[in-house]
Design a protein around this ligand. Sequence first.
Ligand code: FES
Ligand code: FES
Length: 162
Amino acid sequence: MTKVLWTQQMIISTNINGKLVEKSVEPRKLLSDFIREDCGLTGTHVGCEHGVCGACTVLVDGTAVRSCLMFAVQADGAEIKTVEGLKQEKNGPPLQDAFSECHGLQCGFCTPGILMSSLEFLETNPNPCTKDITEMLSGHLCRCTGYKGMIEAIHKVSNKNL
Ligand code: FES
Ligand code: FES
């Protein structure tokens, strides 16, 4: 339950990567800033802050969202997963390994967001075709690698699930 304080801060309670986090935040604080600044989880990257690049993608109640487009108070009561929690998920470590093996990253700036979208994607598409993967990746900008290695990596994980 959200409580309003006289300082115009609000107390929110979320579960982040399996840990209960209760903190006081300004109502205008973005979820991406809350995750990075208040929770110290800097694996979530911030690029455009306009919902374009996908670098800030996290899972909120299992859905991939751009955390720069949400206020932290909107996540009150939600379950959030960031890239730091990836290892707790069935497809998390295989995705990390496959991205490394298939050269799906270079500088790594876009990678946390892409991994979180890929995690959600594989939950609903355990056996995707290349077109499905390409469509999912089209929501993420990578200025380094091109997308071939990422597509191979996601195929590799989905093949393990067959
Ligand atoms: S930082 Fe959120 S979409 Fe670019
Ligand atoms: S690996 Fe550098 S932006 Fe994607």
